[in-house]
Write a protein that binds this ligand. Sequence first.
Ligand SMILES: [Zn+2]
Length: 269
Amino acid sequence: MTTRLIIAALCSLFSAGAAALEIQGEWKQGAVLLGRVEPGSQVEFLQRQVRVAEDGRFVVGLGRDAEPEAVLKVTPPNGETEKHRFDVVQREYHIQRVEGVPQQTVTPDPKQVERSRKEAALAWQARQRDSEYTFFSQSFEWPLTGRISGVYGSQRYFNGEPRAPHYGVDIAAPTGTPARAPADGVVTLVHDDMFFSGGTLIMDHGHGLSSTFIHLHKILVEEGDYVEQGQVVAQVGATGRATGPHLDWRMNWFDQRVDPTLLVGPMPE
Ligand SMILES: [Zn+2]
């Protein structure tokens, strides 16, 4: 007991000169957190050196299956590295189990496998950009309004075998419905026809945060274009492997899949 008290006292002594760390957002699976440190500080998260803007702002993201504890390392310009620990809220996702599905005996076409692998690499590359834009700190808006027909994190099991989780939010809308940029960004990928995702558009909001729209009917911008929040960038469609027209909006912080709905709040009526 006494030892614990001494350790506690020492800790508070050491943290007395601690650099300021401000965090905006909830530590929760799928969340995007906005941070601020003393300008010139170094920040490390998930083994990544995090870009810090000149004014000290930065952003990090937590994936669908983020660990229960997150550690953020901050090194002030003239100080020692501090480890900040946060409890991460563990979410429950919509899981659907389907039994008695006939076993697939068809081997996938190797050409299709090769094609989708190349396309996935293009998208991966676009999401690795670590640009200096700070659009990530804007207040995000829904690209369009409509019925939500698919949610982040949901997963299907066929005969006990898990399929890839769904990482986007699906908004049902007729083909041709305008889809708007949820925040300012720079277009980093335009692809008219990917095998799985059809018409695909990726926008970079800076510091590794990006939005991806898929199954698009038409894309109205080009790679390298700067887009403003609210600008119509594409039309909803059902291209690629889609059962009906909808916008599938995904967001990433580098390779961490984050939940767009945590940034925009409830769908307006
Ligand atoms: Zn979807």
